[in-house]
Design a protein around this ligand. Structure first.
Ligand SMILES: Nc1ncnc2c1ncn2[C@@H]1O[C@H](COP(=O)(O)OP(=O)(O)O)[C@@H](O)[C@H]1O
Ligand SMILES: [Mg+2]
Length: 402
């Protein structure tokens, strides 16, 4: 997602420019400004990846502005728009790189944006500044259960909290179990504003970073942010897959890791989350109904390119009494036709204790085997050596007979 700021004193053309940009999914409209003279200040605090300057309201001022922007931010791509070819030419002389003639259609705009952002996206990465800044790079992990109660939310919350605990990360959990989600129970947050994903969906056209930030409740002890499920079950219907797409894309700008706790309904919103994910953790237990659903889900996801390859099967509650006789890991792998990526031990005291306390395991029971295992899972997924209490000890994270 690339941040774009526009300046156009004429309300009607600014409005249509805005509508046009809202239709471009790789662009985030960071700022709209109605005064040429304010624009340098407006963008100075958070430099966008590209600016669009409409010239026709006052060509002299607009051209002056372009000269100033080019001098202050030589790497910032400037796209100009006008009816007047002469003015467009002059804007190029002043330092604009790209132009479009009015009236601008979506196709022209798309082509110009792709060219402008594409060319600058390949700028020297060592060069500091707005165009070398990487945006929208958060890793997205979707956590999907193979049946109810299998530990999806437990893993999503604790994986996200483990990631958040690393000071180099900024992690957020998104509760996409829209009707019956309960991630907020495991993660007690205080001092939040009552904004849920339903409010974001209802305001999707006007959604800006400020509103989005206010919707993210923070669990202070870990630094993990959470976007909660709708407060009313009836609000579920207002949230569509496109909302999920846009919200996740926007959150990718502000975080390094996003963890999505999905529903068991394989709804369009869940499918969108699966498509957007870099990793899909499919949570199962060593028992028949769960394993059978793993097979069914993997089969279903294979229908769509790339989805099945992203699936990592995680066996939860390893060692529990509920593990059915005769189902070994090896047998499970045979049935699933995929290796088991990770195993998390059964440790009810720590898991239930954490949940009741409203704090993730990393705070409630940091030394528990289950937390160590989740720490290892985070390291296995994101390749960073995990600084857990058991660091370096042989085979941590893997519990069971492999
Ligand atoms: N590793 C584990 N050890 C012990 N209990 C667990 C473990 N993982 C989950 N549980 C328990 O299982 C129950 C269901 O977990 P939950 O995460 O809510 O599942 P889901 O989101 O898939 O419905 C919870 O009561 C939780 O405490
Ligand atoms: Mg759940």
């Amino acid at each position: 997602m690339q941040r774009v700021a526009i300046v156009d004193p004429t309300e009607s053309t600014r409005e249509s420019l805005r509508t046009l940009l809202l239709g471009v999914d790789f662009v985030w409209l960071d700022n709209e400004c109605a005064r040429y003279e304010y624009f340098p200040d407006v963008i100075r605090t958070a430099l966008p990846d590209l600016v669009v300057v409409a010239l026709d309201a006052d060509k002299t001022r607009a051209l002056q502005l372009i000269g100033q922007l080019a001098a202050e931010h030589p790497k910032l791509p400037i796209l100009t728009i006008s009816h007047d070819h002469q003015a467009l030419l002059q804007s190029l002389q002043k330092g604009a790189k790209y132009f479009l003639t009015h009236p601008v259609g979506l196709q022209d705009m798309l082509a110009a944006l792709r060219r402008a952002l594409g060319e600058h996206g390949t700028a020297d990465p060592a060069m500091p500044g707005p165009v070398a800044r990487q945006t929208g790079t958060a890793a997205v992990t979707a956590v999907l259960g193979s049946r109810g109660g299998v530990g999806t939310t437990t893993l999503a919350v604790n994986l996200a909290a483990t990631l958040a605990a690393d000071p180099e990360n900024a992690a957020a959990l998104i509760d996409l179990d829209l009707a019956l989600g309960d991630a907020d129970i495991a993660l007690e947050v205080t001092g939040f504003e009552n904004i849920s994903i339903a409010d974001l969906a209802a305001n999707i056209e006007r959604l800006d970073m400020n509103f989005l930030r206010r919707a993210m409740a923070k669990h202070e002890p870990t630094g993990l942010s959470i976007l909660r499920h709708p407060l009313e079950v009836a609000q579920v219907g207002v949230i569509h897959e496109q909302h999920v797409e846009r919200i996740v894309n926007l959150l990718k700008l502000s975080y390094t890791h996003l963890v999505l706790d999905l529903s068991k309904g394989l709804l369009p919103t869940d499918l969108m989350a699966l498509r957007m994910a870099d990793h899909i953790l499919l949570v199962a237990q060593l028992e028949l109904s769960s394993l059978r659903n793993v097979v069914r889900l993997v089969h279903c996801l294979s229908g769509e390119e790339d989805l099945a390859e992203k699936v990592r099967v995680v066996i939860n509650r390893q060692g529990a009494d509920t593990v059915e006789e005769g189902i070994s890991l090896k047998k499970a792998e045979e049935v699933i036709g995929k290796p088991i990526f990770w195993q998390v031990p059964n440790e009810p005291k720590a898991v239930i204790g954490a949940r009741v306390s409203g704090h993730p395991l990393i705070k409630h029971a940091p030394k528990s085997r289950v937390q160590q295992s989740i720490h290892g899972l985070a390291a296995a997924l994101f390749g960073k050596p995990a600084a857990g209490p058991d660091r370096g000890s042989k085979g941590w994270g893997l519990f069971g007979k492999r």
